[in-house]
Design a protein around this ligand. Structure first.
Ligand code: APR
Length: 233
């Protein structure tokens, strides 16, 4: 299977590393109201609540590690250099820690902070609050997690669509297909003639848009599929 590859990952790829998903039975959105913790309106209404939510998740990063799915995707990129674009909806840093480089965080990163006053971004591993002054403009009151909230535009969309329109193989791993525009990427790639594959624990909301579907835990089905791609070259 020659040609360029676009991979889209979601929370399911990090589930076996101990990172909670959003919409599974005991997922984050069964415990938190996304309107309160993942919208600009929620942040202006109660920034302390939002910071607590993301501070806990940021602290959690130190307690988890990449799993076999992350490792397999980094290997695919290494062995098919320049042909693999990894687009993740995840804000954790497990893809980078597994060695992925050509990586697009379309929903932002937990390990970054954004100043709402001057727009500067900062690598951030500590606790964040609106009392923290921005390292660039020095102002307080504007620091927020560099995460794309509901109602906000995802990052790097032009780069993503360019890759989708040129790819020969599109693989979606561990995503439920509930959130747009990511849920529409399979159609974009399909229109460009790509072979489209869903690797997920269970059928996603967009399963019927895929040419090939394999269900099982990412730590098993992703390495198996990567082996197949590399053998087929
Ligand atoms: N292996 C493979 N897939 C899994 C595993 C696993 N071990 N565990 C769960 N899954 C699947 C679930 O079946 C589900 O289809 O992963 C998917 C996770 O779906 P969601 O929780 O909806 O996560 P995601 O699709 O990434 O959400 C998209 O929504 O809340 C927003 O911004 C947030 O980026 C997120 C976006």
């Amino acid at each position: 299977m020659a040609g360029s590859i676009v991979i889209l990952t979601g929370a399911g790829v990090s589930a076996e590393s101990g990172v909670e998903t959003f919409r599974d039975k005991d997922g984050l959105w069964s415990k938190f109201d996304y309107r309160e913790v993942a919208t600009p309106e929620g942040f202006s209404a109660n920034p302390a609540l939002v910071h607590t939510f993301y501070n806990q998740r940021r602290e959690g990063l130190a307690k988890v590690a990449p799993n076999a799915a992350h490792v397999a995707l980094a290997r695919l990129e290494r062995e098919r250099s320049d042909e693999v674009t990894l687009v993740t909806q995840n804000i954790d840093d497990l893809h980078e820690r597994a060695g992925s480089r050509n990586l697009i965080h379309m929903h932002g990163e937990l390990a970054k902070a954004l100043c709402g006053r001057c727009g500067m971004r900062h690598d951030w591993r500590e606790t964040l609050s609106t009392q923290v002054p921005c390292p660039a403009c020095g102002k307080t009151g504007g620091m927020r997690p560099d995460v794309v909230w509901f109602g906000e535009m995802p990052y790097h969309m032009e780069r993503i669509y360019e890759a989708l329109r040129a790819c020969d193989l599109f693989i979606a791993i561990g995503t439920s297909g509930n959130v747009y525009p990511a849920a529409q990427f399979v159609q974009e790639a399909g229109r460009a003639g790509a072979h489209t594959v869903e690797l997920n624990l269970e059928p996603s909301e967009t399963v019927s848009d895929f040419g090939e579907v394999i269900h099982g835990p990412a730590s098993r089905v992703a390495p198996e599929y990567v082996d197949r791609v590399l053998r087929a070259k």
